[in-house]
Ligand binder design. Structure first.
Ligand code: NAP
Length: 249
């Protein structure tokens, strides 16, 4: 299938590891120019070098997306470095788990407001390029109840709702808006890798809740993100798609 992503300019925020890195690599494999950000310098440089092995343009910049001014400056700098912008993937989460001020603040700042502010900053660039896509990252926790993570589920649900409204607003600018809802995704150094080693009961419970009896891989989310951003998904907007191996079933 021709995805038409070669030469397109893509920003993936929070992409030094895990799902964000896999998404950035997925775009680079399709010949897209890619910009990534993260807070940690070492991980960002390793990720930049890894993405560069696919041969295309890679831009990387330190940025904490919860810092509104820094986020806007990053998106403008990335669009300049890539020669325009067609796609923004908003990936990081604050993983707000505790039902207290800190948990909610993390969720609101990182999962929701960074995605909103990132959209505001990216849309003029994407419009100038003639259109493109915003890819948001929610979770199946935004679609179902979860006892463990009240702020996380609530802010992800807000992202799912915002996706619908934004899709209506931005169609006139030829911009599609779609949302990923991953289930439990495992990779070295990630939440579920940690649980497998340090909380085997939780890990076994999650694994047992997935009909394929395994957790997902970041590449399985990345494949969906790359497809949704591409011309092949030109009639897909406003939707949230679960990529969870049936975990919600
Ligand atoms: P992760 O392992 O925590 O990786 C997040 C990436 O974003 C890292 O590169 C991290 O680098 C960066 N990052 C974190 N906070 C940031 C901030 N404030 N500003 C800039 N960069 C930041 O996350 P993940 O597990 O891959 O999850 C990615 C997304 O998928 C999240 O939205 C998450 O809610 C969603 N999701 C994940 C799962 C799962 O099972 N993993 C399931 C459902 C949904 P630095 O730490 O260096 O900044």
């Amino acid at each position: 299938m021709e995805l038409g992503l070669s030469g397109k300019s893509v920003i993936v925020t929070g992409a030094s590891r895990g799902i964000g890195l896999a998404i950035a690599e997925g775009f680079a494999k399709e010949g897209a120019k890619v910009s990534i950000c993260a807070r940690g310098a070492e991980g960002l440089e390793v990720a930049r070098a890894q993405i560069a092995t696919y041969g295309g343009t890679v831009h990387a910049q330190l940025c904490d997306v919860s810092d509104a001014d820094a986020l806007v400056a990053y998106i403008d700098a990335a669009a300049a470095a890539l020669g325009g912008l067609n796609v923004l993937v908003s990936n990081p989460s604050g993983f707000g788990k505790t039902d207290d001020e800190d948990g909610w603040r993390l969720g609101l700042d990182v999962d929701l407001m960074a995605l909103v502010r990132g959209s505001w900053a990216a849309v003029p660039h994407i419009e100038k390029a003639g259109g493109g896509a915003l890819i948001h990252t929610a979770s199946i926790s935004g679609l179902t109840a979860s006892q463990r993570t009240p702020p996380y589920g609530a802010v992800k649900a807000a992202v799912i709702q915002y996706t619908k409204t934004q899709a209506l607003q931005l169609a006139a600018k030829n911009i599609r808006v779609v949302c990923l809802a991953p289930g439990s995704i495992e990779f070295p150094g990630g939440t579920w890798d940690d649980a497998r080693q340090n909380n085997p009961k939780l890990y076994a419970g999650i694994k047992g809740s997935i009909p394929f009896d395994r957790l997902g891989a970041p590449e399985e989310v990345a494949n969906l993100a790359v497809f949704l951003a591409s011309d092949a998904a030109s009639w897909v907007t406003g939707v949230t798609i679960a990529v969870d191996g049936g975990q919600m079933l």
